[in-house]
Design a protein around this ligand. Sequence first.
Ligand code: AMP
Length: 428
Amino acid sequence: MTFKTLGLSEPLLRAIDKKGYKEPSTIQEKAIPLILEGKDVLASAQTGTGKTAGFTLPMLQILTTESKWKRRPLRALVLTPTRELAAQVYENVREYSTFLDIRSTVVFGGVNAKPQIATLRNGVDIMIATPGRLLDLHNQKAFSLARIEILVLDEADRMLDMGFLRDIKKILALMPAKRQNLLFSATFSKEIKKLAGSFLHHPVMVEATPENTTAEKVDQKAYSIDKPKKTAFIIQLITEGKWEQVLVFTRTKHGANKLCKKMIGAGITAAAIHGNKSQGARTKALAGFKKGEVRVLVATDIAARGLDIPLLPHVVNFELPNVPEDYVHRIGRTGRAGASGEAISLVSQEEKAYLRDIEKLLGQKLEIEIVKGFEPDNSSVKENNNSSSKPKQNHSSKRKDGKKKFYGGAKTNNNRRNYKSNNKTQSR
Ligand code: AMP
């Protein structure tokens, strides 16, 4: 299968070529022809599957082939849960529309609204936006949604987690009833299905390869370690393993700041990214990390959602998430775009219940190791663990035994996923 056989136009093929993509990903192969046919699509795909191109390429094609407008009314809207994802989708839209007469813009909070309003008033075809700022600017009459032909809800599950349901409903009410709707979500809770049922018309369901693809490429490891020893351990992992780029997850914003400071104190360049940081600081941290100037990016779940950091070799769960689905999202940050990656979890006694929830979601147990010099005071994890409770000394990034996967191929079961939105967003 090639992009050409999917029915994409020449200017898009040129842009794809410029990006260096050789062949479509599974989600692209499945979704692009359906979207080009004008169908509503309900897609199960998480970041890393190439979902952005999956909806952007056909959207651009539709907007260019069916253009009947002299002025530029807003014809397509992509809603995203986070600023980072909005910025990232926007960058993709711009890249893919290099050879097309298409104008796009991005709109999100935390930055001055004036330039956003000015751009919108000049006329744009596509807007990528987070719900809050969108409504804000709409109230200021900066644009109209009356001519929207295509609506994309990207990472819809996270939008619901973040409490955007009411905003989404308000936005839906501002659009014409006749339009094409695309909903992308990593998971399908009851709430997502309900939302999808409320505005998609006879949607076709598509899935990006079995949803465990990302996890399959990820070498998952867990270490039993007491909370106070975690910082020294992670610093040792990074320095001894000579890791150049590491994404570290903490549960709280405060935890992210604290760890970041300790890293810097240990001579490791680090930056934190979380909801309390200004948009400028978040963008700077991410740019520094992508350029390799920042070795460690410490993030909370919500801030990290949607970040596109290609070929990230290491992800560390400094603390396990209290929502098991977040574990799957976190480890999806590594092993991306065909590369293999390593996801390491530091599990304290207090977090064992979280680990059990994660294992339940994955449908299998994660093997836990104990590292010499970092043994937990109460090594009761051994009971949980059949083979690997012996202290190990080597934890460099290079696996001595290439086959030594700790439960790669983690399977997740959507039907068992049940988002508890009220305990998810606190302090992240
Ligand atoms: P996404 O899931 O949209 O966040 O995309 C994940 C990464 O895969 C991004 O860095 C894309 O640029 C890249 N990508 C998307 N489609 C392809 C493709 N067909 N071949 C190779 N890389 C791709």
